[in-house]
Design a binder for this molecule. Structure first.
Ligand code: ZN
Length: 135
C-alpha cells in the first residue's frame, strides 16, 4: 500500500464560482505513481465545497450556481451569523466537503462528461484542497 498526499491551491475570482480542478487531480495522481486505488479530494473550508458534475457544457455550472444563489440569497431575514456569509456556509454543507474517485491505469475513473469542481461560495479568496491518494 502506497499513500501520497498533496495540497493544491486555487485562487477564486468571484463570490460564487465553480472551478474545474480535474487536471490538477489527474496531475497529482500521475505524480503519485499509483496505478490502481482511490483519491480523496477534501476541501478544508467552511464556505467552499467539492463536487463532480458536467464539464462539457459550461452552462451547467452556471445553472447550478444560479439555482444555489436563488435558493440561498446572501441576505435573508433571520440569519444570525455576524460574518454575513450564512448562505455560503449552507451551500458548503449542501454540496459537501469531499469526493472520492477510483483510480485505474493511473487515471481518475470519471464518466465521459464528468469533471471535479472546487466550489467557491464566499470568494474571491485563495483556497486549499487536500488530496490523499492511496493504492
Ligand atoms: Zn462565516
Amino acid at each position: 500500500m502506497k499513500i501520497h498526499t498533496e495540497t493544491i491551491t486555487v485562487k477564486t475570482n468571484r463570490r460564487n464560482e465553480m472551478i474545474d480542478i480535474t487536471s490538477e487531480v489527474s496531475g497529482a495522481i500521475a505524480k503519485s505513481g499509483i496505478e490502481t486505488g482511490t483519491v480523496i479530494i477534501f476541501c478544508p473550508h467552511t464556505t467552499a465545497a467539492i463536487t463532480i458534475n458536467e464539464n462539457a457544457d459550461p452552462d451547467v455550472t452556471h445553472d447550478i450556481l444560479l439555482t444555489l444563489e436563488e435558493l440561498l440569497p446572501q441576505m435573508r431575514k433571520g440569519y444570525r451569523h455576524a460574518e454575513g456569509n450564512s448562505d455560503a456556509h449552507v451551500k458548503a454543507s449542501l454540496v459537501g466537503a469531499s469526493e472520492i474517485l477510483c483510480i485505474q491505469n493511473g487515471k481518475p475513473r470519471l464518466g465521459t462528461w464528468q469533471g471535479v469542481y472546487f466550489c467557491e461560495f464566499d470568494g474571491p479568496r485563495t483556497r486549499k484542497i487536500h488530496l490523499t491518494i492511496t493504492g
